[in-house]
Design a protein around this ligand. Structure first.
Ligand code: ADP
Length: 227
């Protein structure tokens, strides 16, 4: 469960990025968070990962209280979520296999498990043949699928996709959506952050619209509020 209670975030230069945000996302939901550029979507993601701290208000992710969490606990929080970043954030000098394995190693996974599970995840994203390739040898869609495999490698409860259509063509983003829907069917919470209203219309899921740092609408069935 994710809960924002009266969350505000003011950057040090005085910019109010979020202003009194309340929202609750239950386990196993598929949610779009939409809004124009500058609305506060990235800030919301950063708060959720505790890359930034709230100025006021409360954020809960399961039993974690993010606004009160000491830094040493942040890795525990991050283990509950897998993030597919818009720019993929793959290591350019590591192979596809190593990119996925690295995330598991950092999380303290045993070597024997890594050897067994990485091929499983690469098979899931249909990249078994590219296991020994480096990111620069892959297409945009393939890189995104590596990022997805890495995001789910540690069996997180929550998967967040940041602007999944940003750096790939529509056909490739459809592939990612298939993967996101299939892991949502396994009971994981999926949060898709986007400014792409077409996506929202197409998939008909709960849609939370942010405008000027505030939640202006929260509706089921792919209806976004046009500010
Ligand atoms: P979005 O992801 O929806 O485009 P952001 O969360 O990035 O929106 O930004 C929300 C607001 O906060 C914008 O006005 C933006 O200029 C501002 N902002 C974002 N990051 C910073 C920062 N590090 N310092 C100051 N202002 C920021």
């Amino acid at each position: 469960m994710i809960e924002f209670q009266d969350v505000s975030m003011v950057y040090s230069n005085g910019t109010v990025a979020l202003n009194g945000v309340n929202l609750k996302i239950e386990d196993g939901e598929f949610v779009f968070i939409v809004g124009r550029s500058g609305a506060g979507k990235t800030t919301l993601t950063k708060l959720l990962m505790r890359e930034e701290k709230v100025t006021s208000g409360t954020i809960r992710v399961d039993n974690f209280r993010l606004d009160k969490m000491p830094k040493r606990k942040v890795p525990h929080l991050r283990r509950t979520m897998g993030v597919v970043f818009q720019d993929f954030r793959l290591f350019p000098t590591k192979t596809v296999f190593e990119n996925v394995a690295f995330a598991m190693r950092v999380a303290g996974e045993k070597r024997s498990n890594i050897e067994k599970r990485v091929p499983h995840f690469l098979n899931l994203v249909e990249l078994s043949e590219k296991s020994n390739c480096f990111p620069e040898e892959l297409s945009g869609g393939e890189r995104q699928r590596v990022a997805f495999a890495r995001a789910i490698a540690n069996n997180p409860k929550i998967v967040i996709a940041d602007e999944p259509t940003g750096n790939v063509d529509p056909e490739m983003s459809k592939d990612l959506f298939k993967l996101l829907l299939s892991i949502n069917n396994l009971g994981k919470t999926v949060i898709v952050i986007t400014h792409d209203m077409n996506l929202v219309e197409q998939y008909k899921k709960r849609t939370i619209t942010i405008h000027d740092g505030q939640v202006v609408s929260d509706k089921n069935g792919g209806v976004a509020y046009e500010a």
